[in-house]
Design a binder for this molecule. Structure first.
Ligand code: GLU
Length: 300
């Protein structure tokens, strides 16, 4: 995984499902600083795929809050750029192409399990930062017609003519149980995860016809030629899944820098429901951008 000869390209990828909080401020500030220090470009991508949860007023608020913090970007939904569109809701054609490629080559399979069924069937206690390991209910037999077990780099064409569109069922990426996925994080050092134990067959497309986060983010980071992904450490296991997708889609992965998580005074990771720690609220309370960027949780 080396992109040393390329120009640095980083990205900010907020989801407009709520107000940005102190934790986001810190992660996005680090992303901005790293792009600046490397003399690179920074892309802002609006991750608004989930139309049930995303709201236009949160898009406006996130652009405003990031600007107030002092973060500037070179390409984005407001300013345009060579990789437009920069809102995921307008990029469906890219995700469909990736879905088709994964399906034709046997990397994914249809799954009818509901979220509740998966949670109930999971044997291990759930990692709160992550989804339960899929118990394999809909996973086809290795010998099942139409689904091939492919090794990295193999390119068998598998005909599954029934599916011309992903709509109506979930689609899962089939992992190889026991496979180790390792990478060197630029902040946290050596990382190693085991497929089938740390995470299972994961969603690439949801049955409500929304591409899943893992697929959309890989397709976009590759298409936008991102060389370094800066994100929170809660996404380490997602990065491991995404490395499998990079490989399956024959994209070259970027480097990764996972930031330490910001926690509240009880040690709970900040989430958008922590409205009291939203950038807006802190700003109203008279905090300066420097104080918010430092990401230090007030003890009140
Ligand atoms: N939209 C995702 C989030 O806000 C992006 C995560 C990432 O890949 O950096 O959690």
């Amino acid at each position: 995984m080396g992109n040393n000869d390329q120009e640095y390209r980083g990205r900010l990828a907020p989801s407009p499902t709520g107000l940005l909080h102190l934790g986001h401020a810190r992660t996005f500030w680090i992303a901005y600083e790293r792009a600046r220090r490397n003399g690179g470009q920074l892309v802002l991508r609006n991750e608004d795929l989930d139309t049930q949860r995303c709201r236009p007023e949160f898009v406006a608020a996130m652009l405003e809050d990031l600007g107030w913090l002092g973060i500037r970007w070179d390409e984005g939904p407001d300013s345009g750029g060579p990789h437009a569109p920069y809102s995921q809701s307008e990029r469906r054609a890219y995700y469909l192409e990736a879905w088709r490629s994964l399906r034709e080559r046997g990397f994914i399979y249809p799954c009818t399990c509901s979220r509740k069924e998966v949670a109930q069937a999971a044997s291990a206690p759930n990692d709160l930062d992550d989804e339960p390991v899929y118990p394999g209910t809909c996973r086809p037999d290795e010998s099942a017609e139409g689904i091939a077990r492919l090794r990295p780099g193999e390119t068998a064409e598998v005909a599954v003519p029934k599916w011309t569109s992903p709509a109506g069922v979930n689609w899962r990426f089939r992992v190889t149980d026991g496979e180790e996925i390792s990478f060197t994080d630029l902040h946290l050092g050596a990382q190693r995860f085991t497929a089938g134990r740390d995470f299972g067959d994961f969603l690439v497309w949801r049955r409500d016809d929304v591409p899943a986060y893992q697929l959309a983010v890989v397709v976009d980071d590759a298409a936008m030629q991102i060389t370094e992904v800066v994100r929170g450490a809660d996404l380490l296991k997602s990065t491991a899944r995404q490395i499998l997708l990079y490989r399956a889609l024959r994209f070259s992965p970027p480097q990764f820098y996972h930031c330490d998580l910001t926690r509240d005074e009880n040690g709970v990771r900040l989430a958008k429901r922590h409205d009291a720690l939203s950038i807006r609220k802190l700003r109203e309370l008279g905090w300066t951008p420097e104080q918010v960027r430092a990401g230090i949780v007030p003890s009140c």
